[in-house]
Design a protein around this ligand. Structure first.
Ligand code: Q46
Ligand code: ZN
Length: 308
């Protein structure tokens, strides 16, 4: 098997691209795919500071590595979710990555913020699935850190597999408002929001794992314990089986949706946003989703004390 670019001995085969690459050419291919995605989708300009949400996993650290290599000014943001050993290990990987490269990293441990609530505590108090609470908390703290740090752009490490699984879920349930917002670039709908971008939306999980390995990135291999049994994994499994029989299906599913399907949904009306009475971040009602959830935890705790 020969490298498609230089004809040296290939070490990676990408059936979805009908190509194989040697180490330097794969690194070049991966970085160029990300660079083109940023340019074609107008994600951000050379002079814009980018806040990169890092989880300690392969995708977000690979993304940060590429952005730094491409010369962008970046800062990492790690959110300590308080999920036991998984959170400790992932924080350590994110910190080690930043320290080794001399990059700025902001660490926000949820249980040390003013509300003092980690994900397990919120999930237990509200009896919600942890991932639902986690999504609300992540969105809030990412938005807030970008706003307070004056970052016009917030980048996350969602890859092609994430995007394809999300699309499959949204189509299966005809989630029109979500389909309207499923784009690699989300333009801010309020001055306190940053532009949210997903520069890895064209690169697969396999490609980011390969990139991380070849670049010597030490990432947390274990998945979050709450991801087991998640619907997303079922979708990913189905898509992987499809990909195995028909290489390139995942990429075509996402790319064709973005070019031909998504514009048909994009006119779904946007909710009017005001500022949350409690935290000041954008909200559809008096309180934002995050503050409503924190208030619910407070109410549940008060009820538990009253009944004890
Ligand atoms: S971190 Fe959070 Fe994920 Fe864990 S609790 Fe669920 S959403 S699975 S990406
Ligand atoms: Zn709020």
């Amino acid at each position: 098997m020969k490298c498609k670019r230089c004809t040296d001995k290939a070490i990676v085969q990408l059936r979805s691209h009908n190509a194989a690459f040697c180490k330097p050419c794969f690194v070049f291919f991966f970085q160029r795919t990300v660079e083109r995605a940023i340019a074609r989708e107008h994600m951000f300009a050379r002079d814009e500071r980018v806040l990169v949400a890092v989880s300690g996993g392969k995708d977000s650290l690979a993304l940060w590595d590429v952005l730094v290599d491409l010369g962008y000014e970046t800062e990492g943001l790690y959110l300590g979710l308080g999920i036991g050993a998984y959170s400790s290990a992932s924080e350590q990987k994110a910190r080690a990555f930043a320290e080794k490269r001399g990059l700025p990293l902001q660490v926000v441990p949820l249980d040390e913020t003013e509300d003092g609530l980690g994900i397990p505590a919120v999930a237990a108090a509200t009896r919600r699935p942890p991932c639902s609470a986690c999504g609300t908390f992540k969105r809030h703290h990412f938005d807030r850190a970008a706003f307070e740090g004056g970052f016009p752009v917030l980048a996350t490490g969602h890859n092609l597999d994430d995007e394809a699984a999300r699309l499959l879920g949204n189509v299966l349930h005809w989630q029109v408002p979500y389909l309207a917002k499923q784009q690699p670039v989300l333009v801010p709908t309020h001055p306190r929001f940053a532009r949210k971008v997903r520069p890895l939306f064209r690169t697969s999980e396999l490609e980011s794992a390969t990139y991380a390995f070849l670049r010597g990135i030490d990432y947390v291999v274990e998945e979050c314990p709450n991801s087991h049994g998640a619907t997303q994994l079922v979708y990913k499994d189905i898509l992987n089986r499809l990909e195995h029989s028909m290489p390139g299906s995942k990429l075509a599913f996402v790319i064709d949706f973005l070019s031909r399907g998504q514009p048909l949904f994009a006119s779904a009306p946007e909710a009017d946003l005001r500022e949350c009475e409690r935290c000041g971040m954008p909200a559809t009602g008096d309180l934002c989703g995050y503050c409503r959830l924190v208030a619910e935890v407070g109410r549940r705790h008060a009820q538990a004390v009253a009944h004890s």
